[in-house]
Write a protein that binds this ligand. Structure first.
Ligand code: ATP
Length: 365
């Protein structure tokens, strides 16, 4: 098992010859990070934030402009990808079309001239873990997308690399297969304990798969931590808004204080300088306030969203859309005026100018 360290790693791309675009692109800026051995670590963030570049730097497909990358205590910064002993799985399956599934999976062992009986037992073992036992004689064109991606995973895993790297491996699959493959990947990697670095733009995928994740923004790490920590303790507004589905409600403090009157005691004089955030599942839509519970002003139900076990309402308050949970049995319809039950302690606050989290404690009236 291998520990990966990035020390102050930056990557700049030279400007293109196109004169309209003559600036150096800083894809990754001063990345410092330690990925523990056996850890499943994910870079997640919006398009262009630098996550694939970070992965390619670890793979050796790109060379850092400055800084150093270490596997355990040895620098790999100058090593070619082959010498780093990493396996990669991409969005495209990159299988050999003329080879059977068996030969595709066995290919890395054939390169190493592993004896045939050992090849057969290794392919058999990995194929059964990935549910490919009955497909070994097929060619890639006779497989579904999910099956092809499992073959690609099997071929990478059979090498037992030091480090496993995956760049959006599930992007080509439909929603249902993505969920299935997500579970397969999590299960396999819990068993294998190979240090894995994963890239995705999908926050839910990152949360479900990872031991830890780094949310990237403009080439830098905005926050790094466990999924639960990122969800419960976002250090910036960007992280709070990136993580969570349905997304967090982010309200300008003056509007928040009108909708949720008890908030005045927290917001006090900060009305123009902070945003108040609360997760939709922490707001309960009710037709009438219940005594003893904090209830909001009324807002108009615009849309009811039923997702199966959960039901959400989109409310319009002064032109701002707020999402809240509809408890089971509550008969709320679009067009109705409803209240929201809330707890003051569930709100968190962010400074407008910097986007940083601020703690607001109760102020005396
Ligand atoms: P996506 O999710 O869209 O793949 P990403 O977060 O993986 O995005 P990167 O592919 O790492 O982002 O790109 C980061 C920045 O670097 C982008 O602005 C991109 O245009 C730029 N970039 C990436 N590769 C190159 C290259 N070879 N030459 C020039 N610019 C590049």
């Amino acid at each position: 098992m291998t520990r990966i360290r990035l020390n102050n790693v930056s990557k700049q791309f030279a400007p293109t010859t196109n004169k309209a675009n003559s600036e150096v692109i800083e894809a990754v800026r001063k990345l410092s990070l330690e990925i523990q051995s056996g850890e499943f670590f994910t870079f997640v963030g919006p398009s262009g934030c630098g996550k694939s570049t970070a992965l390619n730097l670890i793979a050796g497909l790109e060379h850092a402009s400055s800084g150093e990358i270490l596997f355990d205590d040895n620098s790999v910064s100058q090593l070619e990808p082959k010498k780093r002993d990493v396996a990669m799985v991409f969005q495209s399956y990159a299988l050999y079309p003329h080879l059977t599934v068996f030969d595709n999976i066995a290919f890395p062992l054939q390169l190493r001239k592993v004896a045939k009986p050992e090849q057969r037992s290794a392919v058999g073992a990995i194929a059964s873990k990935l549910g490919l036992e009955n497909l070994l004689e097929r060619k890639p064109k006779e497989l579904s997308g999910g099956q092809r991606q499992r073959v690609a995973l099997a071929r990478a895993l059979i090498r037992r690399p030091r480090v496993f790297l995956m760049d959006e491996p599930l992007s080509n699959l439909d929603a249902r297969l993505r969920l299935e493959m997500r579970a397969v990947i999590r299960r396999i990697f819990l068993e294998e304990m190979i240090t894995t670095v994963y890239v995705t733009h999908d926050q839910e995928e990152a949360m479900v798969l990872s031991d830890r994740l780094a949310i990237m923004r403009d080439g830098e790490i905005e926050q790094c931590g466990t999924p639960l920590d990122m969800y419960e303790n976002p250090r910036t507004q960007f992280v709070a808004e990136f993580i969570g589905n349905p997304p967090v409600n982010m309200l300008k403090a003056d509007i928040a204080a009108r909708l949720f009157p008890a908030l005045i005691s927290r917001i006090g004089d900060s009305k123009s300088s902070v945003n108040a955030a609360i997760r939709p599942n922490l707001l309960t839509a009710v037709k009438a306030p219940v005594s003893g519970k904090s209830s909001s002003d009324t807002a108009v139900a615009k849309l009811i969203e039923m997702t199966g076990p959960d039901c959400w309402v989109h409310l319009d308050y002064e032109g701002v859309i707020i999402r809240a949970r509809v408890p089971s049995g509550a008969d709320i319809s679009a067009g109705e005026h409803v209240h929201l039950e809330y707890s003051l302690d569930d709100f968190i606050f962010f400074e407008n100018a910097s986007g940083l989290r601020v703690e607001l404690t109760a102020v005396e009236n």
